[in-house]
Ligand binder design. Structure first.
Ligand SMILES: Cc1cc2nc3c(=O)[nH]c(=O)nc-3n(C[C@H](O)[C@H](O)[C@H](O)COP(=O)(O)O)c2cc1C
Length: 389
């Protein structure tokens, strides 16, 4: 959904070799994690309706994966306006807090740690998802050529073009930041160990960061300093509500998903963002790279940029985008490019990935036909390895 990524699983799954680095403990500032195998944020569109509420289904799902060093939830809208897809959960209502509390209690009881990924889709939405059928909001009134999906009353899903957005007024920026602050306090009330600010994959914060899109002429657009203002405000309200050490940020440097074209200052922007985030002693910086690790360094962004961002951030770096190429992930940790790996599709099909690494066990392939939707299949029914054997 979020990236134009290859969904195919390799015919021959690379098998385990030696995962000692991935299995080493890591401290995300004050949070001790038993290993460096993190679960990447994964939208699964199974929240209860009406109300976009997580429940027992999600509690079981995340608790099954409690042995991961850190779990990052599926992207979770901070407000009704932040929604762009069917049945994604929110974190702004009392019912959602109660639902997430089931999840965090189960994860903690199973010995795990879990952060909530905070999401506002901006213009990657459709009027069908917006309060009172209003247009989605964006830095500027320019439509995304990306697709979203809607769900009809009979349950049928349809892939549709994103709706034409309206530009946020300058005076509305405080309200949007307030919505993030409210969501952070809800995440805290729900028992999360921290939050991850979703500033990647061309959603609202990424739209504001973008030099190609954000041509606003007020304090929220134009220059790099202006374009990163929203991200820094969000990080600051989250840091104040939760403590900066419990706030992570996800970026997709040089990414162009959902129709966010490249801009000549993309690299300078990312370097400056990493530097500014580094001043805040955050929990971690999470970098998504589309083709990471396929044939050595073959990503959207260069190894030079990765190293520069790491140096400027000067804190824990989480890398993502390896598919099933675990050896490449290991190599990049060994090479000092990052400190932990967030596994996405492998986490869907391997609830016990750290144990499989420890035992050098076979890895289970994912089924991309059940990634999204309200079916029970393909969610909590991937077996643990003992059962698999
Ligand atoms: C089914 C699915 C849902 C995803 N949902 C999210 C999401 O909610 N938030 C996000 O930042 N990335 C999302 N992504 C991207 C993943 O977090 C990750 O970047 C991607 O799968 C690449 O990592 P991998 O190679 O380990 O699978 C999603 C990817 C998939 C396949």
């Amino acid at each position: 959904m979020q990236q134009a990524m290859p969904q195919d699983m390799p015919q021959d799954m690379p098998q385990n070799s030696n995962h000692t680095r991935l299995l080493e403990p890591i401290a995300l500032r004050s949070l001790a994690c038993p290993n460096r195998v993190f679960m990447a944020p994964l939208t699964r569109q199974r929240a209860q309706q009406p109300g976009d509420i997580p429940g027992e289904l999600q509690a079981e799902h995340y608790a099954q994966r409690a042995s991961y060093g850190l779990l990052i939830t599926e992207a979770t809208q901070i407000s009704p306006e932040g929604k762009g897809y069917p049945q994604t959960p929110g974190v702004y209502s009392e019912a959602q807090i109660a639902g997430w509390k089931l999840v965090t209690d189960r994860v903690h009881a199973a010995g795990g740690r879990i952060f909530c990924q905070l999401w506002h889709v901006g213009r990657v939405s459709h009027v069908a998802h917006q309060p009172d059928g209003q247009p989605p909001v964006a830095p500027v009134a320019a439509r995304s050529k990306g697709y979203v999906s809607i769900r009809h009353a009979d349950g049928r899903r349809e892939r549709v073009e994103a709706s034409m957005p309206r530009a946020l007024e300058t005076h509305e920026m405080a309200r949007v930041i307030g919505d993030f602050a409210h969501a952070v306090s809800c995440a805290k009330a729900a028992g999360f160990d921290g939050v991850e600010v979703h500033a990647a994959n061309s959603y609202l914060i990424n739209q504001f960061l973008s030099g190609s899109l954000n041509q606003r002429d007020d304090a929220w657009g134009g220059s790099i300093e202006n374009r990163m203002r929203l991200l820094m405000h969000v990080v600051d309200v989250a840091g104040e509500a939760f403590s900066y050490e419990r706030v992570g940020v996800r970026l997709s440097p040089m990414g162009s998903a959902n129709d966010l074209p490249h801009h000549h200052d993309d690299e300078a922007l990312m370097e400056r963002v990493a530097e500014e985030l580094g001043k805040r002693r955050l929990s971690y910086l999470h970098l998504f790279n589309h083709y990471w690790g396929k044939d050595g360094w073959n990503g959207h962004f260069s190894e030079r940029l990765a190293r520069e961002m790491k140096a400027r951030f000067n804190g824990p770096i989480v890398l993502n985008g390896y598919g099933a190429d675990v050896a490449a992930a290991e190599r990049d940790i060994e090479a000092g490019l990052g400190d932990a790996i967030a596994f996405g599709r492998l986490a869907i099909s391997n609830p016990d990935l750290p144990e499989r690494f420890a035992e050098n066990a076979e890895l289970a392939p994912w089924d991309d036909t059940t990634f999204y939707g309200d079916c029970a299949r393909g969610y909590n029914d991937y077996p643990r390895m003992a059962a698999a054997r």
